[in-house]
Design a protein around this ligand. Structure first.
Ligand code: FUL
Length: 475
C-alpha cells in the first residue's frame, strides 16, 4: 500500500468493484442509439402523444442496413427507442393501441423491435431497449400503481419476446413541469422484472449499473471515475439533472459535476458504488431525424475526438444515429459512419506491443509484468512500490503514436496519475500523462521512433494494476 493512502474515504473507494454484468458491458465500449418513432414523421423532438399512428409509415425500413452500417463503423451494440416520451410503441404491445399495429407500416402487421433485434442477432451485435418511463399518451400515466403495471407489462413483453437484451435504458427526462402529471415510478418493481427475465442486462441511466455522463453534447471528463459516492446512483438525482423542457438541451455542456471521484471530491464520503460512465450524443443536432439537419451531421474529426475522450477516457460512447422517414440511415450519416469505421481501423490496425519484452520495477506473485501483453491476467506491483514502472522494450525501434492502458478493474479503479516516456538518443522523454485509467485510457501524441516505452504510475490508491498495454501507430 502506498504512503499516499492517508484518507479513509480513499481506502473505502478503492475496495469497490464492478458486477459481472458491468464487466461484460464495459467491453462493448462503443455502440449505437437509434431514435425512431412518430417524431421522425412530425419533425418534433418531443412528441406530445397525439400524433396519429397513420403518420407512421417507413416504407423502406431495412433494419439490416442500420446494423451493417453501425457494425462497420466499429460499434458493438444498438439501443432502439422502443417507446419515446410520446408513448408510441415500435412493437405491437398488447397493452395499448398506440403502436405500429395501428399504423400503415407493413399493414399494421409490423414489429420494428423484432426486425431490429433479429438484424442485430444475425450480424453479431448486441441489442438494447430504450423504454421511456415518461409517457405523454398513456392515460394511466400519473396514477401511480396503475401506470407502474402498464410499464411492467411493457417491460415484460420486451424482456420475454426479443431474445437477449444487453441493456435497458431509462431516460431521466420529464417535461411535466409544475402543474403536469406526477408519476412516482416504482423503480424497484421495474428492476425486479429485468433481473428476473434478463439477468445479464445492465440497467442504465435511471438504473443501477451504468451512469449518465451528465450532458448530451459529447463533453467528457479529463478524469473519469467509475467509483463514485452512492447518492449519484439515486434515480432522483439523475432525473433532476435530466432534460425538463423541449429546448436545445443537447447543446448544454454543463451537466453533473466535473469531478465525481478524485480525493477531494470524495473526502468524507463513506458509501460508494461502482457506477461507470456512458456518454450519449447524437450524430446530428437532434435525437430524431430531421431533413433540415442533413448538412449538420458531425464530422469524423469531431466523432474521433469524442471516441478518444470517452472510450479512451473510461467511459462508454453511445452514438445516436437516427433513421429517416424511409426507415433507413440516410446517406449523409452513412458517409460519415463509413469514414469513421475506416479511421478507427487505421488508427488501431496493429497492436505493436505484442512483440516487446517487458520488465517492471516490481511484481506481486503471479501477477507478472508480462501479463500486460495478453488478455489473460494482469500486472500488479509489490505493495511497497510507491511509484511503480513498467517498460516495454523492442529489438528494433518502432514508430508509436498511441498508448492504450487498461487497469484490471475487477480489483477496482486505483490509478490516480501516470506518465508515459519514450526513449530517444538523449534518454527518456515524457510523451504523455494523465490522471485516471480505469477500463481504458488512450494517450495520443505525434509519432515517436523508439525502442522503449515506459509507464510510470505516479499515484494510486490501494494496489496498482495494469491489465493491458497496447501500442499503435496510424497505418
Ligand atoms: C433525453 C430525451 O429527452 C431526448 O429526447 C433523448 O431521448 C435523449 C437520449 O434523452 O433525456
Amino acid at each position: 500500500m502506498p504512503q499516499t493512502m492517508q484518507n479513509n474515504s480513499v481506502c473505502l473507494a478503492s475496495k469497490v468493484t464492478p458486477s459481472q454484468r458491468q464487466l461484460q458491458w464495459q467491453k462493448l465500449e462503443f455502440y449505437a442509439f437509434c431514435h425512431f418513432g412518430t417524431n421522425t414523421f412530425t419533425g418534433k423532438e418531443w412528441g406530445d402523444g397525439n400524433a396519429a399512428p397513420s403518420l407512421f409509415n417507413p416504407k423502406h425500413l431495412d433494419a439490416e442496413q442500420w446494423v451493417k452500417e453501425i457494425k462497420n463503423a466499429g460499434m458493438r451494440a444498438l439501443i432502439l427507442t422502443c417507446k419515446h416520451h410520446d408513448g408510441f410503441c415500435l412493437w405491437p404491445s398488447k397493452f395499448t393501441d398506440y403502436s405500429v399495429k395501428s399504423s400503415p407500416f407493413r399493414n399494421g402487421q409490423g414489429d420494428i423491435v423484432k426486425e431490429v433485434s433479429d438484424a442485430c442477432k444475425k450480424h453479431g451485435i448486441k441489442f438494447g431497449v430504450y423504454l421511456s418511463p415518461w409517457d405523454r399518451h398513456e392515460k394511466t400515466y400519473g396514477t401511480g400503481a396503475e401506470y407502474d403495471s402498464y410499464f411492467v407489462n411493457q417491460l415484460t413483453e420486451l424482456a420475454e419476446n426479443y431474445g437477449e437484451i444487453f441493456c435497458f435504458w431509462f431516460d431521466g427526462a420529464c417535461g411535466e413541469g409544475k402543474n403536469g402529471k406526477k408519476q412516482v415510478y416504482d423503480w424497484d418493481k421495474y428492476f425486479a422484472v429485468i433481473r428476473e427475465k434478463q439477468p445479464n442486462a445492465v440497467i442504465s441511466i435511471c438504473g443501477t449499473d451504468v451512469r449518465w455522463c451528465g450532458n448530451e453534447a459529447g463533453k467528457y471528463r479529463s478524469a473519469e471515475w467509475s467509483v463514485v459516492p452512492s447518492y449519484i446512483g439515486d434515480q432522483k438525482y439523475t432525473a433532476e439533472n435530466s432534460q425538463q423542457a423541449d429546448e436545445n438541451f443537447a447543446k448544454r455542456v454543463k451537466g453533473t459535476d466535473e469531478d465525481l471521484g478524485s480525493r477531494s471530491a470524495i473526502d468524507g464520503v463513506r458509501d460508494f458504488i461502482w457506477y461507470p460512465c456512458e456518454t450519449d450524443v447524437s450524430i446530428r443536432p437532434g435525437w430524431f431525424y430531421h431533413k433540415s439537419q442533413d448538412f449538420k451531421v458531425k464530422s469524423v474529426k469531431k466523432l474521433m475526438d469524442i471516441y478518444y475522450g470517452t472510450v479512451g477516457g473510461n467511459s462508454a460512447f453511445l452514438l445516436n444515429i437516427p433513421p429517416d422517414k424511409n426507415g433507413l440511415i440516410s446517406k449523409y450519416d452513412v458517409r460519415v459512419l463509413r469514414k469513421l469505421g475506416k479511421s478507427l481501423r487505421q488508427e488501431f490496425s496493429e497492436n505493436l506491443a505484442v512483440s516487446a519484452s517487458v520488465s517492471a520495477s516490481s511484481e506481486n506473485g503471479e501477477n507478472k509484468a508480462l501479463n500486460v501483453l495478453s488478455a489473460d491476467g494482469f500486472w500488479q506491483c509489490a505493495e511497497e512500490d510507491v511509484i511503480p514502472e513498467i517498460t516495454l522494450e523492442f529489438a528494433k525501434s518502432v514508430n508509436i503514436d498511441k498508448v492504450v492502458l487498461c487497469e484490471n478493474i475487477e480489483t477496482g479503479q486505483q490509478i490516480e496519475s501516470f506518465e508515459i516516456y519514450a526513449e530517444n538518443e538523449s534518454g527518456f522523454e515524457k510523451i504523455g500523462s494523465g490522471e485516471t485509467v480505469g477500463a481504458k485510457r488512450i494517450c495520443r501524441f505525434s509519432p515517436n521512433k523508439t525502442r522503449k516505452i515506459k509507464v510510470k504510475i505516479t499515484s494510486y490508491r490501494r494496489i496498482a494494476t495494469l491489465k493491458q498495454i497496447e501500442l499503435y501507430c496510424k497505418s
